[in-house]
Design a protein around this ligand. Structure first.
Ligand SMILES: NC(=O)c1ccc[n+]([C@@H]2O[C@H](COP(=O)([O-])OP(=O)(O)OC[C@H]3O[C@@H](n4cnc5c(N)ncnc54)[C@H](OP(=O)(O)O)[C@@H]3O)[C@@H](O)[C@H]2O)c1
Length: 272
């Protein structure tokens, strides 16, 4: 477990749910919890919060033993204060009467302050335990810290060997903000476990290339949330049981190309 800046504890590895819908989403969450995962990542944008909530109920694991993250969507952020409150209320209802961690999904231009102030109300009323951000660069964080009464505990960023985010992670660390890695295996045409260096290191340790990628992430003191199907659960849980040498960490660090694999060209989401 990692301790966040407000004293809350969160597991090193969890399960993402992007693109999962209907029965598959319910079952993935249920089986992930039964396999031993305690961290589940969803978002209003994924349109699967009800299924995530249902999977939690069906798992038989106590709600208080599970750490559930969701995110306020960019569409909701662009709406009125009433729209934002309604969307957060809905998320809370679907995810078991409270949310462990509520993130701003993207730093939507001119909408962050209004959204953050409302999110703070929910922490004060006890319906949300912690607040965080996602896809924020240091300058977005600096601006937020000027008015935030409640500091973000975590920043969810795209992190994989071709996009190692060294500077952004160092900045977050200097502010006491934990980084959580999304998209560890790359999206679209980018196949991170297929990279030759990763495959060579995997053979050396007798591990899968995916385990090497996940281990490189957690060994950098980051949290990660691969979108695992049941076939990956055991493989992903086992990354806590071995260690990469510093030479191999450096070899993977050297793969960085600052290459974003996600395709989101909406300038309102990316006012970099
Ligand atoms: N904050 C944000 O803006 C943001 C953006 C994107 C995602 N996220 C979150 O981060 C989570 C993870 O990112 P992602 O969904 O983009 O993709 P990902 O976890 O990087 O990749 C998942 C894909 O990798 C393959 N894979 C190979 N080995 C695997 C292993 N050991 N475990 C899991 N998958 C393996 C899987 O394919 P096969 O199943 O075919 O093997 C799966 O389709 C999302 O589900 C979401 O919760 C957040």
């Amino acid at each position: 477990m990692i301790t966040l800046n407000n004293g809350t504890q969160i597991p090193h590895i969890g399960v993402g749910t992007w693109t999962l819908r209907d029965e598959i989403a319910v079952n993935n969450v249920k089986f992930a919890l039964q396999a031993g995962f305690r961290l589940i990542d969803t978002a209003q944008m994924y349109e699967n919060e009800s299924e995530v909530g249902e999977g939690i109920k069906q798992s038989g694991v106590k709600r208080e033993d599970i750490f559930v993250t969701t995110k306020v969507s960019t569409t909701v952020m662009r709406g009125s204060e009433e729209t934002i409150r309604q969307a957060i209320d809905e998320s809370i209802r679907k995810l078991g009467n409270y949310i462990d961690l509520l993130l701003i999904h993207w730093p939507v231009k001119n909408c962050v302050m209004k959204t953050w102030k409302i999110m703070e109300e929910y922490v004060k009323s006890g319906k949300v335990k912690s607040l965080g951000i996602s896809n924020f660069h240091p300058h977005h964080i600096e601006e937020l810290l000027e008015y935030a009464e409640i500091k973000p505990v975590l920043n969810q960023l795209e992190v994989h060997p071709l996009m190692s985010q060294v500077e952004n992670i160092a900045y977050n660390k200097s502010q006491g903000i934990q980084v959580q890695a999304w998209g560890p295996f790359g999206q679209g045409d980018i196949n991170i476990p297929g990279i030759e260096t990763i495959q060579t290191i995997a053979k050396k340790y007798g591990k899968t290339p995916s385990q090497i990628v996940l281990r490189w992430i957690v060994q950098r003191d980051l949290i990660t949330i691969p979108r695992a199907k049941p076939k990956h659960f055991e493989e992903n849980l086992q990354i806590m049981q071995f260690e990469l040498s510093s030479e191999d960490m450096i070899a993977i660090d050297a793969l960085n190309q600052n290459m974003r694999s996600s395709v989101d060209n909406d300038p309102e989401n990316f006012p970099w």
